[in-house]
Design a binder for this molecule. Structure first.
Ligand code: MRU
Length: 371
């Protein structure tokens, strides 16, 4: 997508041909800063501190972490160390493990002297595939928005609610949940997006609103508890969110608060869709509530807020009663029964084992193939 007329991907190789450039998402929406990462450790820090975040981008960034490791030392020992070190950065998004498995699986059979060049080729392919997959998700989701617009007969825009940031910043390009929205907007379909602020890190207010604003998509930022009220008053036609891990049975793990939106949507008969690339499906997990590790982050993310003051400085302030403990669960699991459909690159699937298997017949869960 474009920033001030210049096309960017959220990750790319620097002009030197080997170091990695990312958009530092901790600086948005106030500053657009490109960070240059030169070592596997810097890659790990960028993922852990959420300079890069969003399931697909975490995977792509980790792939480049393996490239940097292979450039330093292409031995089996370093390959395994880079794999484990990068895997430990964030626990919930399965794209991280998927990308690292893909990289190690491709590199391990090669002679060490071949590994660095092969790693860069493989990481570039992961990025290119992500772009193509997200574009296909966009095309498939566009049909839903087109249908709703036809029913609205042009009297009013289609109102779409989204949570967190599943836009181009969270992927290599296009985004997942936002890809259909960008395509619909570009096709001239009148639409408006309700953007959940997404406490505690405010990915909605800071990142989704920034992306939509840059692209000229009409939107309004709301606090996280407003969605139910809007749905009760017919002000939401459709919810689309992204996901960090989908189970083989169609349960969806995504940013904390997604479950409450799905409950409200179900109660108000608002269609609730989840957009996902295939590497986000964890075919080894059947029970999302018990088997998906839910990241718990620092309590300071809850008790403090960072923003830009009127004088243009960045400041962090305390907002909780001094001394009160805070819990910071970063993700929750929405059961498949609350999900209208899964928007994938291969089409829209029912959120169920059968629905997913129909679109991905080549996938057989190793642990549960007889279920
Ligand atoms: O903690 P984050 O910002 O990495 O969480 C991101 C999300 O929950 C997104 O919705 C998800 O990764 C899908 S991104 C296409």
């Amino acid at each position: 997508m474009k920033v001030d007329g210049v096309h960017y991907r959220s990750i790319r190789l620097a002009a030197d041909g080997w170091s990695v450039e990312v958009i530092d998402q901790t600086k948005l929406p106030h500053d657009f800063v490109i960070a240059r990462l030169t070592t596997p450790d810097e890659i790990a820090v960028a993922i852990r501190t959420m300079q890069v975040r969003g399931a697909p981008l975490i995977g792509a960034t980790a792939a480049y972490g393996v490239c940097l490791a292979m450039r330093e030392d292409p031995s089996d020992r370093v390959l395994d160390h880079a794999y484990e070190m990068l895997l430990a950065t964030r626990p919930t998004a399965v794209n991280l493990r998927w990308a690292l498995d893909d990289m190690r699986g491709a590199l391990r059979p090669l002679a060490p002297r071949e590994r660095a060049a092969a790693a860069y080729r493989r990481a570039a392919r992961i990025c290119d595939d992500d772009v193509a997959i997200n574009r296909a998700i966009g095309d498939n989701g566009l049909k839903l928005i087109r249908d709703l617009a036809a029913r609205a007969k042009g009297d009013r825009p289609v109102n779409i609610l989204t949570h967190c940031n599943a836009g181009w910043l969270a992927t290599v390009d296009w985004g997942t949940a936002l890809a259909p929205i960008y395509l619909a907007h570009d096709a001239g379909i009148p639409l408006h997006v309700w953007v959940d602020e997404t406490r505690p890190r405010n990915q909605g207010a800071a990142l989704t609103a920034w992306e939509l604003g840059r692209h000229g998509v009409p939107h309004t930022v709301i606090v996280d508890n407003v969605g139910g009220h809007l749905m009760q008053h017919g002000m939401v036609d459709l919810c689309i969110v992204g996901t960090d891990r989908v189970t083989a049975a169609g349960d969806v793990c995504n940013k904390i608060g997604t479950y409450l939106k799905a409950l409200a949507a179900h109660d108000n008969r608002v269609p609730f869709y989840v957009a996902l690339p295939s590497p986000t499906i964890d075919w080894t997990v059947a029970d999302g509530l018990r088997e998906i590790p839910i990241e718990q982050r620092e309590s300071a993310e809850v008790t403090r807020v960072t923003g830009r003051t009127a004088s243009g400085e960045t400041a962090t302030v305390e907002i909780a009663a001094p001394g009160s403990p805070a819990a910071n669960y970063a993700f929750d699991v929405t059961p498949a029964r609350l999900i209208t459909g899964l928007i994938t690159d291969r089409g829209i699937a029912a959120a169920s084992r059968e629905g997913l298997r129909r679109l991905y017949p080549e996938q057989v869960s190793p642990r549960r193939s007889v279920v």
